[in-house]
Design a protein. Structure first.
Length: 301
């Protein structure tokens, strides 16, 4: 034991953890302590501010429930989820592979099967949008019978969990591509929506004068044997927040502009997007469901 100054405390804390048997836990916790201490030194954190931080994290934990994961939302708005996503992509996505995006909290297993050309909307009402294209491997070969889960908000910006009783499914479906990897479905044009703003993360976002919106998007999960699951989303180019997504999910390659004049559209004259997806080979790294939020998060507004 020596007199501890603002640098020695970091060394002391790390030294006390030196015997951690799990090498990865040791690496992660040492780095966490080093960076946390450096952060406190950099901002000259006061005891009052430290207490405020503790109260904030306590509130984040207290907001969590089986249907709400406020810590993941915090990770999302800090850009940490996207960072982990990008690193995971860099490690396993083939160069030609479609970029991934956040899975988000609204994915549900067991979505209704839809036939080729069928609609995600249980009772279509909003402006129609057609999606079609092909699922291929990184060599450009079609992947036969890939399975696509597609889910999105309705034309009012609400997911089914927000608009209906919890056991009702709408604006989501599961489609099996044909033998040439082709898919074709109808949906409604989604609109942007606010992340849940009624908790401590929303309070933080407001305190930072951020808008709290995600641009209009359609989530897509594609699975095929021997390939890495692809979790991605298509973002509509005309959304005013397409360049300022609160959770940093947008990549340029995932931004699309619906058109009525696509020459090979299976629904001539309808607003349509053609998007061809490229799956990477599986390399034994698990599902590759990057950005997977394990819980459902139901905004209260
Ligand atoms: C979503 O895309 O549904 C979403 C993603 C992260 C936080 C909130 C919502
Ligand atoms: Fe979403």
């Amino acid at each position: 034991m020596q007199d501890i100054d603002i640098h020695q405390i970091t060394e002391e804390a790390i030294a006390q953890m030196a015997g951690t048997p799990d090498a990865r836990l040791k690496e992660i916790m040492e780095a966490a302590v080093r960076h946390l201490h450096a952060f406190a030194r950099e901002v000259r954190l006061t005891p009052d501010e430290w207490l405020q931080g503790i109260a904030f994290l306590t509130a984040v934990g207290q907001m969590c429930s089986p249907i709400r994961q406020e810590f993941i939302l915090l990770s999302d708005v800090l850009g940490l989820s996207r960072l982990v996503n990008v690193m995971h992509d860099a490690a396993g996505r083939e160069a030609a592979g479609t970029e991934t995006s956040l899975l988000g909290p609204f994915f549900r297993e067991g979505a209704p099967e839809i036939a080729m050309g069928g609609s995600l909307a249980r009772s279509p009402g909003g402006p129609e949008l057609v999606l079609y294209g092909q699922v291929r491997d990184a060599q450009g070969q079609p992947i036969p019978h890939a399975v696509m889960d597609v889910w999105q908000t309705n034309a009012e910006g609400l997911y089914d969990l927000q608009a209906h009783a919890p056991d009702e499914m709408d604006m989501r479906g599961r489609l099996r591509c044909d033998a040439e990897g082709r898919y074709f479905l109808r949906t409604e044009k989604p609109i942007g929506y606010s992340i849940p703003m009624d908790g401590p993360v929303g309070a933080l976002v407001r305190a930072q004068a951020r808008h709290g919106f995600r641009p209009a998007h359609i989530h897509i999960l594609i699975t095929a044997p021997g390939h890495r699951d692809l979790v991605t989303a298509l973002y509509l180019s005309d959304d005013p927040n397409v360049d300022s997504d609160t959770v940093f999910g947008v990549s340029k390659s995932l931004v699309v502009t619906p058109r009525r004049d696509l020459p090979d559209s299976p629904a001539p004259g309808a607003e349509a997007v053609r998007y061809d997806f490229t799956l990477s080979r599986a390399r034994g790294e698990g599902s590759g469901r990057v950005g997977a939020d394990p819980s459902t998060l139901v905004p209260s507004n």
